[in-house]
Design a protein around this ligand. Structure first.
Ligand code: GUN
Length: 278
């Protein structure tokens, strides 16, 4: 029988621990504020931003909301980020992605002060992760490491395969698994004989953005499978990059969608906000 890794439960535990920490920080006269910037009104981004603000309210973090129109220019957005960089009452800055096509996303990310980059996207933070320095770590991969650890799954010495090489998930995921002493392989769209590689994985992390792409033929019997995808299937039901029904019986542990990796991303964002003050 396989274990379902309950991200909802684990993220709730983390949020409750953070709530206590924030109360203690407040007793010491410290406050925590996160600036959340959304440009345009992409409905999915709207849902994510709202969930982030709700989590802030629950934990006791002040959220400063900047909802800018679609026509906002790159200069205007950069000016706001620079103003928030200088504002000592703001601890974290989050610019929700994707940005409208006329704005250079990379330029905006690199303008956020690395000390306030709670998303962990700035080159300085990614570099720190690469060489084992201190810095913010991208929330989804950090959430996955936390899920594995809190579920009692050992990473050291394990064969870890990451499907996907995005800057937000795949790349930092591979670096984090390496930091935990996993033996890491990264697969991507140009990888040949993908199944031969994924079938060697003790821990398989799937972040390719294709609904139900991974079936049981990709997975070794008894592997741990982590599904980062979130999509709607033909029946309008939420599903991941992994075909859960087909894959789960062959695993020792698997994350569901929804209720697996998703809630952990927000818990880690809150964790990064709190550590920016600590
Ligand atoms: N869009 C999708 N995921 C993320 C994330 O983790 N952070 C931000 N800022 N935008 C996103």
């Amino acid at each position: 029988m396989y274990q379902i890794i309950d991200g909802k439960k684990i993220s709730q535990e983390i949020k409750d621990e953070l709530k206590e920490k924030v109360a203690k920080l407040k007793e010491q006269g410290k406050r925590i504020a996160l600036a959340v910037i959304q440009v345009g009104n992409d409905p999915a981004s709207g849902v994510y931003v709202n969930n982030k603000k709700k989590a802030c309210a629950y934990i006791g973090i002040e959220s400063l909301s900047y909802e800018l129109p679609e026509e906002t220019t790159e200069e205007e957005l950069l000016a706001l980020v620079e103003k928030l960089n200088r504002d000592e009452s703001v601890n974290g800055i989050l610019v929700q992605l994707p940005l409208p096509a006329h704005i250079d996303e990379e330029k905006v990310i690199q303008t956020i002060s690395p000390k306030k980059d709670v998303d962990g996207f700035h080159m300085q933070n990614v570099g720190a992760l690469c060489v084992g320095g201190k810095g913010f770590v991208s929330c989804t991969p950090l959430g996955i490491i936390t899920l594995l650890k809190r579920s009692g799954i050992e990473i050291a010495g394990k064969r870890c395969v990451v499907m996907g090489r995005s800057n937000i998930v795949g790349k930092p995921m591979s670096l984090l698994l390496l930091r935990e002493n996993g033996t890491v392989t990264v697969c991507h769209s140009k990888t040949q004989d993908m199944k031969e590689i994924t079938r060697q994985a003790d821990i398989l992390v799937v972040a390719i953005g294709k609904p139900k792409f991974v079936d049981e033929t990709y997975v070794k019997e008894g592997a741990v499978v982590i599904d980062v995808g979130i999509h709607r299937d033909a029946q309008n039901k939420l599903c991941g990059d992994v075909d859960f029904e087909k894959v789960a019986p062959h695993t020792s542990a698997i994350t569901p969608v929804p209720g697996g990796v998703g809630p952990m991303t927000i818990a880690m964002l809150m964790n990064n906000c709190v550590s920016s003050v600590e």
